[in-house]
Design a protein around this ligand. Structure first.
Ligand SMILES: [Zn+2]
Length: 449
């Protein structure tokens, strides 16, 4: 059955455009697609759902990089460098997902929580276990989240512990193939498999080549990590004598829609290669502050024609919120531009023209991620799926995004809209996301909390 919503919409169709649709009447058809958007004044009817003046409708958020089995350690253990953090904290936790009951408990906690944070599309690394990974896909379907779900392939004896690895390259490829088949057999329009070599240090060359072939044969997207930090970037240079991106390309893993997490140390030669292949970067600004050794130059990558989306990198990033990461992407771009070492003179401290603003960051959090994945979400427009969030700017228990008419101007003028939008992106947490819709279905409703 079709239904209607009346609201004021903020969205960012391009990196530099904030679009505000005042008091519009949106019709969503039974397939969950937007069939019309008109000024409410032209329609006049009562809508099925009306967002009051203290709420705004935004496109749902796209999180292009999440390690689902790291959910229980979110916010902890960030004191070690990546190569130690993996062995001390992360591999022992991920290994526990051999226990399917434990896995299901975690998915039942995580998926609704992320919907509450406004994540309507999620790109998940599962664990290395087939059963737990298929159960994650089932949980996404059950709770109504759009997702890519990948079984993590990892067979390299030097880059993985012997108690948590694929027994050999053949097993890594075979189980990845079976995971694709199991997830496709669920026959969901929302959830798709994704080929997931953990990263080059954790995979043998044979496995990497096999997984590249598997992606081509099964026409499946790929996700992995690329030039994440000095250790990982240096490992690939030493082992293969070429950059991480060039090496992934040699294995057939750099394809249209390949999601490369982090990319902070991507070189000038890598960016044109990514652009040519149609691969892109999951920019995880908060995680990079702990593990990346550098700030990913988002503006430079976008200028080079590379797709860029945002990622929380749960749990390398300590926040599950894409909105928080959007605000942080602005902050870290400013630190890249200004530099961070006060002992250096201002002229040598930073790197010119690196900043992004809040509109660009929100564009990356929505349209940018969607374009990287080849999904028609991220924007509320006729013919596109209705993936959206209702955000409270004022009201009981809501702090920080209130509109002050004396300061912010009238609600329906461009300046006032831009100010409210900035407040929303900089201060929205889960408690303010009152409803979440995916493909026209309400999958989270806390409007009466
Ligand atoms: Zn990661």
């Amino acid at each position: 059955m079709s239904w209607t919503v009346r609201a004021t919409v903020h969205q960012a169709p391009t990196p530099s455009e904030l679009q505000t649709l005042h008091d519009v009447f949106i019709t969503i058809d039974e397939a969950g697609l937007i069939s019309s958007i008109e000024p409410h004044a032209n329609v006049g009817d009562e809508a099925d759902v009306t967002l009051g003046p203290d709420q705004r409708l935004l496109p749902g958020l796209v999180d292009t990089h999440i390690h689902a089995p790291q959910w229980p350690q979110l916010g902890t253990g960030l004191d070690l460098p990546l190569e130690e953090w993996l062995f001390v904290h992360t591999f022992p936790l991920e290994a526990r997902f051999a226990d399917l009951d434990f896995a299901r408990d975690v998915w039942d906690d995580m998926v609704p929580a992320l919907l509450r944070h406004g994540t309507t599309t999620a790109v998940y690394y599962g664990s290395a276990h087939l059963e737990a990974t298929t159960a994650l896909a089932e949980a996404c379907i059950r709770y109504g989240q759009r997702a890519f779900v990948g079984r993590t392939a990892m067979d390299h004896p030097a880059g993985t512990p012997e108690w948590y690895r694929d027994v050999d390259a053949a097993a890594a490829v075979r189980d990845s193939r079976q995971s694709i088949e199991e997830i496709r057999a669920l026959d969901s329009d929302l959830v798709q498999p994704i080929v997931t070599p953990r990263f080059i240090p954790a995979c043998s060359d044979e496995a990497l080549a096999g997984l590249g072939q598997l992606a081509a044969e099964t026409d499946t997207l790929v996700q992995t990590h690329c030039s994440e930090n000095d250790w990982e970037h240096g490992h690939v240079l030493e082992r293969h004598g070429i950059s991480d991106a060039a090496s992934l390309d040699r294995f057939g893993l750099l394809r249209r829609g390949t999601v490369l997490a982090h990319g902070g140390l991507l070189g000038d030669d890598d960016l044109p290669l990514l652009a040519e292949r149609g691969a892109g970067v999951a920019h995880c600004p908060l995680s990079n502050a702990y593990f990346g050794d550098a700030v990913f130059p988002a503006r430079r990558a976008m200028t080079a024609g590379v797709h860029v989306g945002l990622g929380t990198d749960i749990a390398g990033g300590a926040s599950p919120s894409v909105m928080f990461n959007a605000a942080h992407a602005v902050t870290s771009s400013r630190m890249l531009e200004d530099g961070v070492d006060p002992a250096r003179p201002r002229s040598e401290r930073g790197r010119a023209d690196q900043r992004i603003d809040i509109v660009t960051a929100f564009h990356l959090a929505t349209v940018g991620g969607a374009q990287l994945l080849g999904l028609p979400v991220g924007l509320l427009a006729v013919g596109r799926p209705f993936d959206a969030i209702a955000v409270a700017t004022d009201g009981p228990g809501v702090h920080g995004a209130r509109r002050w008419p004396e300061v912010d101007g009238p609600a329906d003028d461009g300046v006032g809209d831009a100010r409210i939008f900035e407040k929303i992106v900089r201060s929205t947490d889960a408690s303010r996301i009152k409803r979440t819709w995916v493909q026209g279905t309400c999958v989270q409703d806390s409007s009466h909390d």
